[in-house]
Write a protein that binds this ligand. Structure first.
Ligand SMILES: *[C@@H]1O[C@H](CO)[C@@H](O)[C@H](O)[C@H]1NC(C)=O
Ligand SMILES: *[C@@H]1O[C@H](CO)[C@@H](O)[C@H](O)[C@H]1NC(C)=O
Ligand SMILES: *[C@@H]1O[C@H](CO)[C@@H](O)[C@H](O)[C@H]1NC(C)=O
Ligand SMILES: *[C@@H]1O[C@H](CO)[C@@H](O)[C@H](O)[C@H]1NC(C)=O
Ligand SMILES: *[C@@H]1O[C@H](CO)[C@@H](O)[C@H](O)[C@H]1NC(C)=O
Length: 293
């Protein structure tokens, strides 16, 4: 192969690899529901003999580095009377956990740098805080976390989430609170105080700002780039295939030419084992007939 063709083949392989990697990136799903189940199992596995009112860190496998999960067990009566102030979360008194049970567990979930993998905002918004989630479960002597989820019903005073650790530098935009609802829908709310969001139930929350094309997340840009490169790769693949087929056809013809003695011209064709110059066809026809008989 000459140098030109080596280049084509090298490009072909690079494009195929890029295309496959972009495909894998697209197909990789970060399913939040199954992650939630995983958190519960992990909490039950890791936390032995939990004390009431103590916040426990849950250790996660190393491929989850960057996420943080904490759990606390409480008596629902005490939760109702005193509320809960810890970390980002401020639950006022008289929030009713439902269904009515004696004990409950609250999971604190901080998705850190995984936030944009598990939670999507429309492309005209940019997440400016990690996603924080708090979920309530029933709890009993048998299981720290039971399968049953609990609702927290606020009466008047909202639950507050403090994103005080988030500071936007050099941006004029005021962040907007976002709650992630079922099937990818979002609920927007203005902040009640700077970097404080109001919540009226459990769920996953973050802050967003309206985004321009220029401050899209790097992840999106790579995603698009992967697709473009993959597409170009496909086009190149087709081009290379066409070129190769053409080249091999040419090579065959060249071979024919070479095989024909003394470089006879194209107007040669084969009858059985005998080579006939096309031009002499008419003239030599009698000879042909003789040969046949
Ligand atoms: C972490 O690894 C486990 C298998 O060891 C896999 O099931 C899980 O999906 C991985 N999680 C992430 C976020 O990569
Ligand atoms: C998040 O950061 C940790 C290190 O702090 C890293 O190991 C992990 O791969 C990162 N996760 C993602 C999705 O970038
Ligand atoms: C949490 O803070 C609120 C006021 O923000 C207060 O009313 C409540 O008593 C506090 N609860 C606890 C358990 O400290
Ligand atoms: C948020 O505040 C802006 C004005 O600053 C207002 O136009 C908008 O309707 C408010 N949005 C919500 C969801 O309250
Ligand atoms: C983002 O797009 C949605 C519709 O897709 C629209 O309702 C919303 O107002 C847009 N927000 C901004 C900040 O442009």
């Amino acid at each position: 192969m000459d140098q030109h063709k080596w280049w084509q083949v090298t490009w072909l392989f690079i494009s195929i690899i890029m295309f496959l990697s972009s495909l894998v990136q697209t197909l990789q799903t970060y399913d939040h529901d199954s992650l939630e189940d995983f958190f519960c199992k992990q909490v039950n596995k890791c936390i032995k003999n939990p004390k009431t009112g103590i916040f426990y860190n849950t250790s996660l496998p190393s491929n989850y580095t960057g996420m943080k999960v904490r759990a606390v067990r409480m008596r629902t009566s005490s939760f109702y009377i005193r509320g809960l102030n810890y970390s980002l979360l401020n639950v006022p008194p008289r929030v009713v956990p439902q269904p009515n049970r004696k004990r409950m567990v609250i999971l604190y979930e901080n998705f850190g740098n995984w936030s944009s993998h598990y939670f999507n905002v429309p492309t005209n918004y940019t997440m400016v805080a990690p996603v924080f989630g708090f979920v309530a479960y029933t709890s009993s002597k048998n299981a720290f976390i039971e399968n049953e989820k609990m609702n927290l019903v606020t009466q008047g005073k909202p639950i507050l989430i403090h994103f005080h650790h988030v500071r936007l530098h050099g941006k004029n935009d005021t962040p907007i609170c976002v709650k992630f609802l079922e099937n990818g829908r979002l609920k927007f709310n203005n902040m009640s105080k700077p970097y404080v969001c109001e919540a009226f139930g459990t769920g996953h929350y973050t802050l967003v700002i309206p985004s321009s094309l220029y401050n899209k997340s790097l992840f999106d840009i790579w995603w698009v780039l992967g697709f473009v490169i993959g597409f170009v790769g496909l086009v190149l693949l087709v081009l290379v295939l066409v070129t190769l087929v053409k080249a091999s056809k040419k090579r065959k013809i060249k071979k024919l030419e070479k095989n024909s003695e003394n470089g006879e011209a194209f107007d040669t064709f084969w009858i059985g084992e005998t080579k006939m110059p096309l031009g002499s066809m008419v003239r030599t026809q009698p000879v042909l007939i003789e040969n046949d008989s």
